[in-house]
Every structure is written in structure tokens, then in C-alpha cells.
Ligand binder design. Structure first.
Ligand code: SIN
Length: 284
């Protein structure tokens, strides 16, 4: 069966069919997959359970792996595969087997508090709850394109501070203090509007809302402008929701897409193995 990408919505996303991610992906299939990831921004493969080694090999189709952020418990969740992260609410023998728990994860892109953030995120589902825990993805190219001209003018040359102190569940990372003044937010500074070097397309690059700050503006002005941008970026017309099945793999463009996760029943089990692909250069 030939590789086929079936669009999932007008906003973004495609399901990849006719490709077995457990086997080496090379030649025209590799080129087609990367081209589809650039075009559709989110790719979904269903029904292929992957071992950790197979997941890593598949991720390498898109580039070198970027290690996870600092582990809140001081050691990788998967000692044999430290390049993978575990996202889970499961607690075994009194110890969480992964991060982020069962709560909501608000809209964000991953690790944008780094000078060179990962260009792609990958999640592979090992165990999923019957309901809840859906992951939503929003297209920031479309969000930028549809901003009113006056807002574009206000943000085109602006730099945003991306908070390094909290994870996407809002928990304070080890080694950081809470700050109440967003001008003191620690983290990388990136253009609020980035141009994708591969496609030339402009995209909003808002990272995450809490603790963000637009450099050079009064705090009230920064807050007001960020509220307008986030209200727009989070409009449902730019987004899809992914309801997980075991053995799904999702790869998204971390620099053109935001994601968020619905909360789920904490007594249900959800286990995802996760990788990210190193960015090629600083955000421009
Ligand atoms: C994340 O925010 O990176 C995790 C998303 C998810 O658990 O679906």
C-alpha cells in the first residue's frame, strides 16, 4: 500500500496511511513524510504499537532527538532510553512513572524557553483513558494570517520572553522561584512572529500565556496585547482535537503549532512516551 496523507480538517493535521513506522523509512517515503509534516503541521499514524527503540528510530526520520527538559524527580523516567520522556498520571510503588499528572495542560509549545526550541514533538500512546485526555493542536500560521492588520503592525517586530520557570501543567520547575513581575520572567527571548525558513510562512510564536512578557512594553500594555493575541490564537477554527487510541503516534511542528491537553479522571491510566526533535537554529 502506498503512503497516503489524508487531511483531517481545514485547520491542520493529516492521517498518514500506508506506512509502517516499525520499519526503516527512507527514500521517497521519508521525503513525502517530511513534506507532509511541513504542509499539514500535525501527522497522525494509527494502529502501530512501537517499542521505545522503534519510536526513537522513527523519530530520527525527522532529525536528531532533543533530550527532555529537566526531570522533576532528578532522573530520567526511562533509564534505558533517557532521550524519551514519559507523560503519565500513573503512580507505581509510590513513585510517578511520568510527568504532567491528570490535569489540564494549557495551550503551549514545548521548551520554547530554550534559545533553540525543538522543531517537532512526538507522542506515542501506550495506555489511554476511555474519555478525557484529548490533545488539541492549533495552527499558528493560520492564526497569524487572520490577525487584524493593526495587531500585526503592533507585533511584527516584537520580542517575547518565554517562561522557563513553569511546566505546561503550571508547576514550578526545580531551581526556580515564583516571580510576580513578568519583566523578571526567566527564559529565552524569541520574535513573537517567526518566519519558517523551510516554507517562508509567518506564524505567531506565543509559547505559553502564563508569565509571558513583550519586551519593552509597560506591563499593562504587554498583558493587554497578549490577551488579544491569545484570544485569537485559541479560537476553535484554528484547531483540531485528537482523541487517543492505544498505538497512535502523533508528530507535530512545535514551532508552528500550539497544543493543549484536556484533564481526565485521575483514577484512569494514561501512559504516553514522548520524544522531541532538535531545532536547527534559533527562532527567526
Ligand atoms: C504535553 O503537553 O506535552 C503533553 C500533551 C499530552 O499529554 O497529550
Amino acid at each position: 500500500m502506498a503512503l497516503e496523507c489524508v487531511p483531517l480538517s481545514d485547520a491542520l493535521g493529516a492521517e498518514v496511511r500506508g506506512l509502517d513506522p516499525r520499519r526503516p523509512v527512507s527514500g521517497p517515503d521519508r521525503e513525502m513524510l517530511i513534506a507532509a509534516w511541513r504542509e499539514h503541521l500535525v501527522l497522525i499514524l494509527r494502529g502501530h504499537a512501537l517499542t521505545d527503540a522503534q519510536l526513537i528510530a522513527f523519530c530520527r526520520v525527522f532529525g536528531e532527538l532533543d533530550p527532555p527538559g529537566p526531570n522533576p524527580y532528578g532522573a530520567p523516567f526511562l533509564s534505558e532510553f533517557p532521550e524519551l520522556n514519559v507523560i503519565s498520571n500513573v503512580v507505581q510503588d509510590g513513585k510517578p512513572i511520568g510527568g504532567l499528572g491528570a490535569g489540564e495542560a494549557v495551550w503551549h509549545a514545548d521548551m520554547t524557553y530554550q534559545d533553540v526550541p525543538p522543531k517537532a514533538g512526538v507522542l506515542h500512546a501506550l495506555e489511554v483513558p476511555d474519555s478525557g485526555g484529548d490533545t488539541h493542536f492549533a495552527n499558528m500560521v493560520a492564526a497569524y494570517d487572520t490577525l487584524p492588520g493593526g495587531i500585526k503592525e503592533q507585533i511584527d517586530d516584537r520580542i517575547l520572553v518565554h517562561d522557563a520557570a513553569h511546566n505546561s501543567a503550571g508547576q514550578l520547575r526545580k531551581g526556580y522561584d515564583e516571580t510576580t513581575d513578568v519583566r523578571q520572567t526567566p527564559g529565552a527571548r524569541h520574535p513573537l512572529v517567526r518566519t519558517d525558513p523551510d516554507t517562508g510562512r509567518k506564524a505567531l510564536f506565543p509559547g505559553r500565556r502564563p508569565h509571558a512578557y513583550i519586551v519593552g512594553l509597560a506591563v499593562e500594555e504587554s498583558e493587554a496585547l497578549l490577551d488579544v493575541i491569545w484570544q485569537h490564537a485559541a479560537e476553535p477554527r484554528f484547531a483540531i482535537a485528537h482523541h487517543w487510541r492505544v498505538a497512535d503516534t502523533v508528530i507535530w511542528n512545535n514551532l508552528c503549532v500550539l497544543h493543549r491537553r484536556d484533564p481526565f479522571d485521575s483514577s484512569a491510566r494514561r501512559v504516553m512516551h514522548r520524544a522531541q526533535i532538535k531545532g536547527d537554529h534559533p527562532v527567526t
